[in-house]
Design a protein around this ligand. Structure first.
Ligand code: GRF
Length: 192
């Protein structure tokens, strides 16, 4: 049984899909949700699933002996999922869970990735470039934004009439349909 921690900065619709998917799962369980944003709706979603949550500051996140590391170790977390998490993960976290930190990006990396490319900005850039398709990339991370090993990609068409909102909605559907399953397959292939 793998112990999963989710890091989320915002609404948490992916976090919800993951908590729902692993409810009663023999493969993994979500033991902790952490956020850098005290207003994150992801915290409300965790409460509804009875998943303990922790809010942290930049300083606490950067501290190798701080509350984030203590909470992750205490919960014996073996896999970390970034579900809409906007900060760079510090090297000491990347090292401790090397190869077991999974991120989702709402575009077909390596295009439209990197620092500052998140949320609507990604969809705006895709539409402005006249792309005919976009999609999602699920990957493990290393110490740079949106790098690491790609675990999964799926695409959706982009039409000239798309707005960032209509494209975001289509991408979110793709995320919710695939992210939990990709995590489960990762855990089956790499049991901790
Ligand atoms: C998703 O589009 C994800 O790809 C990106 O941030 C967004 C998070 O949405 N990393 P939510 O908070 O899970 O609803």
């Amino acid at each position: 049984m793998n112990n999963i921690a989710i890091l989320a900065s915002g609404s948490g619709s992916n976090a919800e899909a993951i908590m729902e998917h692993f409810k009663g799962s023999p493969v993994g369980r979500v033991v902790l949700l952490l956020s850098n944003n005290p207003q994150a709706y992801a915290l409300d979603r965790a409460a509804r699933f009875g998943v303990p949550a922790l809010v942290f500051s930049r300083q606490e996140f950067a501290d190798p002996g701080g509350p984030v590391m203590r909470a992750l170790r205490q919960a014996q977390v073996d896999t970390v999922v970034l579900a809409g998490f906007l900060w760079l993960v510090p090297p000491h976290v990347v090292r401790e869970w090397a190869g077991r930190i999974i991120n989702i990006h709402p575009a077909l990396l390596p295009k439209y990735g990197g620092k500052g490319m998140y949320g609507a900005r990604v969809h705006e850039a895709v539409i402005a470039a006249g792309e005919t398709e976009s999609g999602i990339t699920i990957h493990t991370i290393d110490e740079e934004y949106d790098k690491g090993v790609t675990l999964f990609q799926a695409s959706v068409p982009v039409s000239p009439s798309d707005t960032p909102d209509t494209l975001a909605a289509r991408i979110h559907e793709l995320e919710h349909a695939n992210f939990p399953q990709v995590i489960e397959e990762f855990l089956r292939a790499h049991p901790a």
